[in-house]
Design a protein around this ligand. Structure first.
Ligand SMILES: [Zn+2]
Length: 187
């Protein structure tokens, strides 16, 4: 449910230095089983810089969220992935780590699996035969998970608590010190 939208006055663009072309747009939503989120989009009409992010406004603790995917309906489960969030699907051997260009987004499990599929296809196109076979096996598994034929665990971890799986069936707990140290080393 949308609560509020705003546009911040334009300043000098931090990338190209141009004045009055830089804009910060924000919207605050209330997501069931999660709470208030702030989505931001930063754009510059001069250098075409664009960056989107999302963060949780209430939670600031390092959190680990886990959801067992067991059916096709689970594809609709809401996912909030901030630019500091790591997504892991152990059954696929896939970990999506944050990088400096990471964007945040609000999506659902299906949307995240689509992004993972694109990344696997891109990797397949740039690799040799052995890795290609491994990539194709991953794609087949991913398709089974999407159709609810293969079980999988969907994990979201965020050292700042800005990311989450917003569903009543999702399990959430604080990240352990060890997990936190590992994530921070990767940021
Ligand atoms: Zn600019």
């Amino acid at each position: 449910m949308l609560k509020r939208e705003f546009v911040l006055p334009s300043e000098r663009c931090p990338i190209c230095g141009s004045k009055n072309t830089f804009q910060v747009r924000g919207r605050i939503d209330n997501i069931p089983y999660f709470g208030e989120t702030l989505e931001t989009t930063v754009t510059c009409s001069n250098c075409k810089f664009k960056h989107a992010d999302v963060m949780h406004l209430e939670e600031h603790e390092p959190m680990h969220h886990e959801f067992p995917i067991a059916s096709e309906d689970d594809m609709m489960v809401r996912v909030v992935r901030s630019s500091t969030g790591t997504i892991k699907v152990p059954e696929l051997g896939v970990t999506v780590k944050p990088c400096s260009a990471s964007e945040g987004y609000v999506s659902n499990i299906e949307g995240v699996l689509d992004r993972i599929e694109k990344a696997i296809r891109l990797a397949i196109a740039q690799t040799g035969p052995v890795r290609r076979r491994r990539g194709e096996a991953k794609l087949k598994k991913l398709e089974d998970i999407r159709r609810g034929k293969g079980k999988a665990t969907f994990i979201v971890m965020d050292p700042f608590g800005h990311s989450a799986i917003a569903d009543k069936q999702a399990k959430k707990r604080r990240l352990t010190k060890k997990e936190l140290a590992k994530l921070k080393a990767e940021l």
